[in-house]
Design a protein around this ligand. Structure first.
Ligand SMILES: *[C@@H]1O[C@H](CO)[C@@H](O)[C@H](O)[C@H]1NC(C)=O
Ligand SMILES: *[C@@H]1O[C@H](CO)[C@@H](O)[C@H](O)[C@H]1NC(C)=O
Ligand SMILES: *[C@@H]1O[C@H](CO)[C@@H](O)[C@H](O)[C@H]1NC(C)=O
Ligand SMILES: *[C@@H]1O[C@H](CO)[C@@H](O)[C@H](O)[C@H]1NC(C)=O
Ligand SMILES: *[C@@H]1O[C@H](CO)[C@@H](O)[C@H](O)[C@H]1NC(C)=O
Ligand SMILES: *[C@@H]1O[C@H](CO)[C@@H](O)[C@H](O)[C@H]1NC(C)=O
Ligand SMILES: *[C@@H]1O[C@H](CO)[C@@H](O)[C@H](O)[C@H]1NC(C)=O
Ligand SMILES: *[C@@H]1O[C@H](CO)[C@@H](O)[C@H](O)[C@H]1NC(C)=O
Length: 810
């Protein structure tokens, strides 16, 4: 740049705000800004908070109406007076100061004798350079080397040993406070580097190491707009990216409140930032979800299993979806006969945590195997570079942590097993194949023999069982039969005084048996012929179900025209009595609500997965969740439940029963029910429990329901407003927000997108990252407009909490 310009800048710098440069003898006052040459970025002073007057020097986009700050200079030392200015001192350092107090400064070793200028570039980089030298290599200092929470195109995130730099991201403390917060993201400075994100000193994500083509756990960084480059050599390791289309404004930010790094892209039509991707992106992305020697697979339920040859360390916890303890060798493994140990190949995995790994880029895979075998601490090996045929060697010393299946990416990992274990599996050692084949021939022979014996035995047994079933179908339900007279006596002849309420298909009475036990009696309405089938169904089912979160059936009574079902009495009625009542709600503090949510989830999980039968409840709602004297939730009313065969996970009916407001769209309109329609109802219930509000009347003119409301607030980042105001304690915030998030995942439109109950329980009880929910399309208005023709009769229903039955008019 000609020095005339500099002189002009010198002259105007006090007056003009449209400059992009300050020079050694000029300065930037508080009310002025620098704007980059093409007007893309602006450097100036700003106040992030509405409650504090703290000011900071920062860089933001000039043309984006929501002020989006991408870099802050004095993160830890806010400006509190109003006479601070930015200038370049005689050593050539950029200094933020008032009077003679330095608030913030750069620390360069600039040679004197040149005119130093500070310039804000169109990339968002603030650089200190020799006035006459624009070569980036020669910058004395640049803000890109000291990122805040934002990774802009052209920035290098990673380390440079020669320059002594380790560039990483550190989130803001919170919305109002740019000082360094808990969340950080850095590239590990090891021989086998990977990106790691932390909350405080806890890892919550790792990218997997560079395998020559990609980071092993981040399948596709680049897309049509953004293209990444990773540079890896002995002095440097960094990631950088560029945007292909200059009209696209995109940035990566470490979120200050969520365990996330998000790519945000500016949407000029909507005038908002849109999240275009995020990390971690699914549950298996969370750090070390399955513990040591575990492997995570999002497409499976449960998502964690042990590597072949390993078994859960704490089986009890493992079945409760608590995977933290991880796995141990299935057989006692010692390194006695290490030269004979075999290796089992796992394909398409994100390779384990690299802290205790060792790399040699010139070894072959075979050498690598031998290297691993030599050292008893070595638990696995792999190629360090998978380009082409693969090359190099990495071995892992110590527990294998944080392995997951990558759908279409990942690489091969060879895990060490005792020789006996690999022999029984299809190990990759060709030399052992023959043995395996031979052994398996013998095995199959034995298996066939065993199967024949079993078939013979069970066919004999079956006829016996069948006989019994036939008997029980007639009269006996394997339940104690109660005598009508004693039930009448217990309930004071079904007096109104004893009436507890009205359930599906009949009324419910309270009673006391002669032995003092308190009971609830459901009396099937005599006029309802329709209910008989459901009644029998319920009795049959209940006979076989036992879980602490399901109401216990004590027995039944079928005599004359009475059909009665006897339950244990629940001292605290049902959840709706508390939840939808202003004083009742106050009694439900958050720990109680959280316990109730968990209890319902476990009850439902039992119905769906754990009980011998697969049962779909079909009418889960607040009034069907009963509470005992200790406020433990118990799911009731199985009159509508449907059993499915083991592999049948979906059914269709032309008789839709259930309760509007809790019904999933595919069930309400197409009669298709599955465990996922129960998950939908659970989601609604979850939102009700957190908000203390009822999902409103199904009414054609009422376009707002609880789901819309929750979604709207959540999307705007205001989900806090959704939480019941009688839950004042802010310590619950994270858990409550998490429940809203899970609720929204459960009410997604497509059944396949909803989590199953295993996953729901995992999500409720771990701090893992949750996937982003899709917009629920159970918006009454959409359904009414799109379904008007086929579902005319729906609009005439204005019932909500009353169980209804209707014939779908297809
Ligand atoms: C700083 O701000 C205060 C209050 O706004 C004002 O009274 C004072 O004059 C200002 N000082 C300078 C140097 O502008
Ligand atoms: C600046 O750097 C020098 C050496 O590079 C170091 O001794 C000094 O403490 C640093 N000053 C600040 C304020 O960081
Ligand atoms: C840039 O985008 C265009 C159109 O989307 C595409 O054809 C081209 O391959 C992209 N270039 C790179 C380097 O990604
Ligand atoms: C553990 O070993 C036993 C006996 O060798 C075997 O039956 C079982 O299937 C193994 N379990 C796993 C999870 O590999
Ligand atoms: C199972 O989990 C509980 C609590 O989560 C923990 O206290 C216990 O130590 C775990 N059991 C084992 C065997 O690690
Ligand atoms: C890496 O492996 C090669 C080939 O086996 C060997 O010559 C070299 O010494 C090894 N380097 C290190 C640091 O172990
Ligand atoms: C095995 O590896 C560990 C960790 O690097 C090392 O301390 C130990 O000396 C090695 N043992 C052998 C026998 O090479
Ligand atoms: C963090 O995530 C929330 C929710 O997606 C979003 O509203 C907020 O803008 C994000 N923070 C940053 C700094 O982007």
């Amino acid at each position: 740049m000609p020095s005339l310009t500099i002189l002009l800048f010198l002259f105007f710098s006090k007056f003009s705000a449209a400059s992009d440069t300050i020079t050694q003898y000029g300065s930037l006052e508080e009310d002025k800004t620098l704007v980059s040459n093409n007007g893309i970025f602006e450097l100036g002073f700003f106040t992030p908070s509405t409650t504090s007057s703290n000011r900071y020097l920062g860089i933001w986009y000039t043309n984006i109406p929501l002020r989006t700050v991408v870099w802050v200079a004095n993160r830890e030392s806010p400006i509190t007076d109003n006479s601070t200015k930015l200038s370049i001192n005689s050593q050539g350092d950029l200094v933020l100061s008032h009077s003679n107090t330095v608030i913030w400064s750069t620390n360069t070793t600039t040679t004197t004798g040149v005119l130093v200028v500070a310039q804000i570039l169109d990339s968002g980089n603030l650089v200190l350079r020799d006035d006459k030298d624009t070569n980036p290599e020669n910058y004395f200092w640049q803000s890109f080397d000291y990122p805040s929470d934002t990774f802009l195109p052209g920035m290098k995130i990673g380390w440079d040993l020669k320059k002594g730099l380790n560039r990483g991201l550190t989130a803001w403390k919170n919305w109002d406070d740019p000082s360094p917060g808990d969340f950080t993201g850095f590239i590990s400075q090891t021989s086998y580097p990977e990106e790691v994100m932390w909350k405080g000193s806890t890892k919550f994500y790792r990218s997997g190491p560079w395998d020559g083509t990609k980071l092993s756990g981040s399948p596709t960084l680049s897309n049509s707009v953004v293209s990444y480059t990773i540079v890896s050599n002995k002095d440097e390791f960094y990631a950088t990216y560029s945007t292909n289309d200059s009209s696209v404004i995109s940035r990566l930010v470490l979120n200050q409140t969520l365990y996330l790094r998000q790519r945000l892209t500016w949407n000029n039509d909507g005038k908002t930032w849109r999240v275009s991707s995020q990390l971690p992106s699914d549950l298996c992305d969370g750090y070390n979800i399955c513990g040591a020697f575990g492997i995570c697979d999002v497409s499976k339920a449960p998502m964690c299993r042990c590597l072949d040859g390993f078994k859960p360390k704490a089986p009890q916890n493992w079945t409760q979806m608590n995977f933290h303890e991880g796995c141990v060798h299935n057989q006692t493994w010692s390194c006695m006969d290490k030269t004979k140990d075999g290796f089992l190949r796992f394909a398409n995995v994100k390779t384990p945590e690299t802290t205790f790994s060792w790399v040699n880029a010139s070894m072959t895979l075979e050498e690598c195997k031998n290297k691993c075998r030599e050292n008893c601490s070595c638990k696995a090996y792999a190629n360090s570079d998978i380009t082409g045929e693969g090359s190099g060697c990495v071995i892992w010393l110590g527990d294998l942590l944080d392995i997951r299946i990558m759908a279409n990416a990942g690489q091969d990992l060879y895990v060490r097993l005792a020789v006996s274990e690999t022999e029984n599996r299809h190990g990759n050692d060709h030399s052992k194949r023959k043995v395996v084949v031979f052994a398996s021939t013998i095995c199959s022979a034995i298996v066939i023999l065993l199967i024949s014996i079993f078939i013979y035995w069970s066919s004999k047994r079956k006829t016996k069982v069948k006989g019994m079933e036939n008997e029980s179908q007639e009269e006996d339900f394997e339940q104690p039969l109660f005598d009508l007279a004693s039930v009448e006596h217990a309930t004071n002849y079904f007096s109104n005084h004893n009436k507890l309420g009205e359930g599906g298909f009949g009324q419910v009475y309270r009673g006391t048996l002669p032995d003092g036990r308190e009971i609830a009696v459901k009396r099937l309405s005599q006029t309802s012929t329709q209910g008989l089938k459901e009644f029998k169904n319920e009795v049959m089912l209940c006979a076989q179900l036992q879980h602490r979160n399901l109401v216990k059936v004590l027995g039944c009574c079928i005599q004359h025209n009475e059909k009665l079902l006897l339950y244990e009495y629940m001292a605290n009625k049902s959840l709706d009595f508390f939840l939808f009542d202003s004083s009742g709600r106050k009694l439900l503090d958050w720990p109680k609500r959280h316990r109730i949510i968990n209890g319902i989830a476990r009850g439902l999980q039992y119905l769906h997965q754990d009980s011998r039968l697969r049962i779909i409840h079909r009418d889960l709602k607040a009034s069907n969740v009963l509470l005992d004297d200790k406020m433990n939730p118990k799911i009731s009313d199985f009159g509508l439940a449907r059993m499915c065969g083991d592999d049948q996970i979906e059914g269709q009916t032309n008789k839709v029963v259930g309760t509007y407001g809790y019904m999933s769209p595919e069930y309400a309109f197409d009669g298709i029910f599955s465990t996922k329609s129960d998950v939908f109802s659970f989601g609604v219930l979850l939102l009700e429990i957190v908000s203390g509000k009822k999902n409103r009347l199904f009414h054609p003119n009422d376009y707002n329901n609880l789901i819309d409301h929750a979604w709207g607030l959540w999307r705007e980042g205001n989900a806090i407003q959704f939480i019941d105001s009688s839950l004042e304690d802010s310590s619950i915030l994270n858990e409550a927000l998490r429940c809203i998030h899970i609720g929204l995942l459960c009410v997604q439109h497509h059944p396949n997108e909803r989590p199953n109950m295993d996953l729901v329980i995992t999500m409720l009880n771990n701090e893992n990252i949750l996937p982003l929910p899709k917009e629920p399309s159970y918006l009454i208005k959409d359904i009414l407009t799109s379904r008007k023709s086929s579902c005319k009769s729906l609009a005439s229903f204005s019932v909500n909490n009353v169980t209804i039955s209707m014939l779908s008019d297809r």
